[in-house]
Design a protein around this ligand. Sequence first.
Ligand SMILES: NC(=O)c1ccc[n+]([C@@H]2O[C@H](COP(=O)([O-])OP(=O)(O)OC[C@H]3O[C@@H](n4cnc5c(N)ncnc54)[C@H](OP(=O)(O)O)[C@@H]3O)[C@@H](O)[C@H]2O)c1
Length: 300
Amino acid sequence: MSKTALITGATSGIGYELAKRFAEEGYNLILVARSLENLKETASDIKNSAGLVNIHLIVIDLFEKDAATTIYSKTKELGLTVNVLVNNAGQGEWGLFTNTALAREVDIIQLNIISLVSLTKYYLKEMVERKEGKILLLASSISKVPSPYMAIYAATKSFVLTFAEGIAEEVNGTGVTITAIQPDATDTDFFHKAKAENSVVYREKSLFDPKDVAVAAYVGLMNNEHVVVPGISNKIQKAMNTLIPDTTIAVNMEKQMKPSQKTEGRTAPSHPASHRERRSINEQNNQNHGDYILAPATKN
Ligand SMILES: NC(=O)c1ccc[n+]([C@@H]2O[C@H](COP(=O)([O-])OP(=O)(O)OC[C@H]3O[C@@H](n4cnc5c(N)ncnc54)[C@H](OP(=O)(O)O)[C@@H]3O)[C@@H](O)[C@H]2O)c1
């Protein structure tokens, strides 16, 4: 019988590419994001490329306190077993901490940490009881790096990495595995949502392709790796950071994260699904989505 992967943030960027990959490998999917329209388009793309897979869509806002509980209850009601949980949905906010809005940062902590921990708690317990299952968590190259202009985001990603490494050891030998991935800056809608499009890193630097990140994540997950660091430059930087004092890293990061002085450079993602995501996100960010819809994509 086919296994099922539940992927949060599946409509854009890394999550979209992971959803496609899991479908190509024969998994059924439960796709989670805030936009029903984007979820339907994602499901349609996947059916076109991967053929017959069973896809359920959950429209929910993981900024909401009870979102993880609602997702878990819905999968129970439908009798779905989650064999792989991909905690991918995450956001950041760019700007000096003295200027950014506290409410937005609390939302980001809710999404990046509380919802992620809650989903992990619910599904990991069942996986350990079944002696089978895998969980992937999206950390970041800045999980271990102090990041001016994105201090809250970097701190949430530190949490994700430490949390993942801790529970990976706890479940060692149970048949369940935990994998964290630390991608470097990747060409998705992330920077747009974070209002970081004018940062040096986004405007001026080369970015990873979300498809390559998804491939590295999938392979690392299947090989039961605890931590995946995609890309040679990323691996080298990670190794160098262990030798450099944090204060120096923070100074270097400030140069990457500060506003760019260049008038030319990248202004939008080249990844098609991330570009589509960008169209809808402004209105999504300003709506309260306490409601959800869950339906097999075959009906849409
Ligand atoms: N891009 C990078 O440079 C980078 C680097 C390292 C790690 N990461 C991490 O990789 C993960 C994926 O990011 P990405 O770069 O692929 O970003 P992205 O293109 O912005 O995709 C984010 C996905 O999460 C969903 N999402 C966002 N807020 C949500 C919410 N409140 N509730 C439910 N779903 C939500 C989005 O759909 P809706 O907005 O329609 O809900 C979308 O499907 C994140 O955890 C990010 O922190 C990214």
